[in-house]
Design a protein around this ligand. Structure first.
Ligand SMILES: NC(=O)c1ccc[n+]([C@@H]2O[C@H](COP(=O)([O-])OP(=O)(O)OC[C@H]3O[C@@H](n4cnc5c(N)ncnc54)[C@H](OP(=O)(O)O)[C@@H]3O)[C@@H](O)[C@H]2O)c1
Length: 293
């Protein structure tokens, strides 16, 4: 397994992380797939209070050492007391004494980020959380979040990043590189959509390129992300064969010529992912704040 540094810390995370959103109904199969990844050296597992999978993850990691657990507090829990309570719930669900990475799930324009970060920093100070991260923050939101911190640093920003959703390339990645903040790239397969018929051309090109490396289209996609320096893809696979395929991406390197070919498969401003949902959520959160819910 290949490891990457988390942000500006000395923490070493596997170059691929396991997501746990939308696990299949066959929990035994999910558990087997995640255990397989852990055996092969994956140490990063991502969950969130809203996924409803913290207890499942807690069960899987019980008794295992050196697992790096990332979870998230949902945006409607960003008031000081609510952050602290959400963290207590997550610690209980995960059955751990400390959360390795606690992330703000989506920016909430209805609540002052200073109040939220004050609570996040208190959690680190109290030893309940080791590192603070954010998720779905654009460059401006990330800068505001950084400015709201007084003791600790933001080590990661988890955003959707794949060949179909490339908005992070427009400005976020360069800024995060300069700031030494890890980009946890969620949905590297666009929630599985990349394997659907309408993207056949992309998959065909990736398979052709992959022939010389003896790798599949999916492996080429993951490797394309991993080679982008600060990026660690977070993929979900309930199927054990998918999992095995996905974690076998740390033993080869795509040459620059082929990286450039992959870079040209979709335009840089390609934009079909969850960020559409972000604007809807933003309006909802402002509405809640106005009503003081
Ligand atoms: N921060 C956020 O707001 C946010 C939002 C979305 C997701 N996330 C995180 O990112 C993680 C990954 O995102 P995602 O679940 O959208 O996933 P994804 O990894 O882009 O796609 C998962 C889908 O691809 C399939 N798949 C996986 N490996 C494959 C392979 N080698 N070949 C063919 N199909 C394959 C999976 O099928 P099987 O399950 O059948 O194997 C599943 O249907 C989430 O679990 C979550 O932790 C975060």
């Amino acid at each position: 397994m290949e490891y990457k540094k988390l942000g500006n810390t000395k923490e070493r995370l596997s170059a691929i992380g396991i997501g746990t959103w939308n696990l299949s109904s066959d929990l035994t199969e999910n558990g087997k797939a995640i255990n397989l990844a852990i055996k092969k050296g994956v140490n990063l597992i991502d969950t969130a209070e809203v996924y409803g999978t913290e207890k499942i993850v807690g069960g899987i990691i019980k008794g295992k050492e050196n697992i790096f657990i990332a979870t998230k507090v949902w945006a409607t829990h960003f008031r000081y007391d609510a952050v602290v309570k959400a963290c207590e719930r997550s610690l209980k669900n995960l059955d751990v004494k400390q959360i390795d990475l606690y992330q703000l799930h989506w920016p909430n324009p209805g609540i002052n980020i200073k109040e939220t970060m004050r609570a996040m920093e208190k959690l680190v100070y109290d030893g309940k959380v080791r590192y603070i991260g954010v998720s779905n923050f654009n460059e401006k939101e990330l800068k505001n979040a950084q400015a709201a911190m007084s003791k600790y640093e933001i080590v990661s920003n988890q955003v959707e990043y794949n060949l179909i959703e490339r908005i992070p390339e427009i400005d976020l990645i360069d800024y995060m590189k300069k700031q030494k903040i890890t980009l946890l790239a969620y949905s590297p397969f666009s929630h599985g959509a990349i394997f659907k018929e309408r993207y056949n051309n992309i998959i065909k090109s990736l398979n052709e390129l992959g022939e010389k490396y003896n790798k599949t289209a999916g492996q080429m996609l993951l490797r394309w992300l991993i080679q982008k320096d600060i990026v660690i893809p977070l993929t979900k696979a309930s199927n054990q064969n998918h999992m095995l395929e996905n974690i076998a991406v740390t033993s080869f390197k795509i040459n620059q010529k082929d990286m450039d070919i992959i870079n040209k498969l979709t335009p840089k401003n390609s934009h079909l992912g969850l960020s559409r949902f972000k604007n809807l959520l933003k309006s909802y959160l402002i509405f809640r704040a106005l009503l003081r819910i």
